[in-house]
Design a protein around this ligand. Structure first.
Ligand code: PLP
Length: 433
């Protein structure tokens, strides 16, 4: 950029309280990431074409953007969108609905509809996402799989993050019906699984028992790579529309893309036996689902760049970061360990201060239901709770790590990260020379 433009930009950051020093530090880090960002743009370009192609193949028309009411019979937009998802994930069918309220609901639906009393569920990648503990019945809950006589087995990853193939072989038995594989590390410290590794795992378990249903919790992973788990043998990929595939525009929703019988089971459970996919009015929501999916590849790329920018900044300042600054990414979550409550709090306040919505709010740690320590959260989102939008949270307990994700545009993610840095510098938690 020309010098006067750079000065203009710096002054604009100054309006947000970003000092010249913090700005310069950020620019230095960014300069080292150019090539990396180019590769992310290439993946986004590939995925953008993939989305457009899927929409063309499914014959998306202006009429698809309208909605139905009541029963929702013959909802052209809904049925076509499900064809788009099926084309995108290279699956026989898909269920994409606003009646699926969130990611946990989509996962619960896929599990509960494809398992029967006496079956066993296996997680070969360790403990699943927190909210699934009650779905499965690891933590007792009303209506859990366990209450319906569906048992659960888990094989943890080995200490180096590798699959425990021997343990997995020993865990598979006559009753094992469904294998659940979580792609993203979520809020754990294990590595996120690449689609390639998921494929290896699926090949292994199907080699032992070919009729196993393999389900992948795809949350936070969509569009990070050029292939999805359903390209490497998964029978179902499941996720939330207020994460990557909603592109920030979907105000609610979840999806299940997969084998026809698996999706049909889920549809019969979501609505009713006999009715399945035939009912479920889309109301006025479809244009947001279509346009969000259209934007999702570049939105995911922006979030990824933000995560990598944050990783490199805080790694350079000496804080442990997962993933580290250089490693390959398979989801959009970034963890930074500050080692002190103040670090977590100031980081979250920086993210909040960069928001378009609720920027004037000061996040405070609070006793959130279901957690054993206070939690602080930053989210100034257009869609409440959306974590494809710039957001951060962290439990106020050792090792005092913050989890950061999202950013609909990279400039917003950059502003948020510079604000965190400014806050931490002002509080003398970090020193920028
Ligand atoms: C977010 C998430 C979920 C649950 O999704 P919600 O929409 O919050 O219910 C499940 N698994 C993983 C890995 C997630 O990241």
């Amino acid at each position: 950029m020309e010098t006067d433009k750079i000065d203009l930009l710096r002054r604009q950051y100054g309006e947000f309280g970003i000092s010249d020093k913090v700005y310069a530090f950020g620019e230095e880090i960014l300069a080292s990431l150019r090539e990396r960002f180019m590769r992310i743009d290439e993946v986004a370009e590939y995925n953008q074409l993939k989305v457009i192609r899927a929409m063309q193949e499914a014959g998306v028309s202006e009429a698809c953007l309208l909605g139905t009411t009541g029963y929702g019979y013959n909802d052209l937009g809904r049925d076509t969108l499900e064809k788009v998802y099926a084309a995108l994930f290279h699956t026989e069918d898909a269920l994409v609905r606003p009646q699926i309220t969130c990611g946990t609901h989509a996962l619960a639906l896929a599990l509960m509809s494809n398992l029967r009393p006496g079956d066993e569920l296996l997680s070969p990648v360790g403990k699943p996402y927190d909210t699934l503990e009650e779905v499965i019945g690891i933590r007792p809950s009303r209506g859990s799989l366990r209450e319906y006589g569906i048992t659960y087995r888990q094989v943890d990853l080995l200490s180096d993050g590798a699959f425990d193939y021997e343990g997995i072989r020993a865990a598979i038995n006559d009753r094992t019906k469904l294998v659940t594989i979580q792609r993203s590390k979520g809020y754990q410290t294990r590595p996120t699984l690449s689609v390639g590794r998921i494929g290896e795992l699926i090949r292994f378990v199907k080699g032992i028992k070919p009729d196993l249903i393999c389900m992948v919790d795809n949350c936070y992973g969509e569009f990070v790579e050029t292939i999805e788990p359903t390209d490497v043998g998964a029978d179902m990929a499941v996720g939330s529309l207020i994460k990557n595939p909603g592109g920030g525009l979907a105000p609610i929703g979840g999806y299940i893309a997969g084998r026809k019988d698996c999706v049909e089971n889920a549809a019969y459970r979501l609505t009713s036996p006999g009715l399945g996919k035939e009912v479920g009015a889309s109301l006025g929501i479809l244009s947001a689902f279509y346009e969000g999916l259209f934007l999702a590849p570049t939105v995911t790329a922006s979030a990824l760049k933000g995560a990598i920018f944050a990783a490199n900044i805080y790694e350079k300042l000496g804080f442990p970061v997962i993933p580290n600054g250089t490693e390959e990414r398979h989801d959009i979550i970034q963890a930074v360990t500050f080692g002190s409550p103040e670090g977590v709090i100031e980081f979250c306040r920086g993210i909040q201060a960069a928001a378009s919505v609720d920027s004037f709010v000061t996040p405070e740690p609070w006793d959130m239901p279901g957690y054993d320590a206070q939690v602080i959260m930053a989210a100034g989102a257009f869609v409440s709770g959306s974590s494809i939008e710039l957001s951060a949270d962290g439990p106020i307990k050792p090792p005092y790590a913050v989890y950061f994700q999202g950013g609909l545009t990279f400039p917003h993610a950059k502003l948020g990260i510079l604000k965190t840095l400014q806050n931490l510098a002002d509080k003398k938690i970090v020193y920028i020379e």
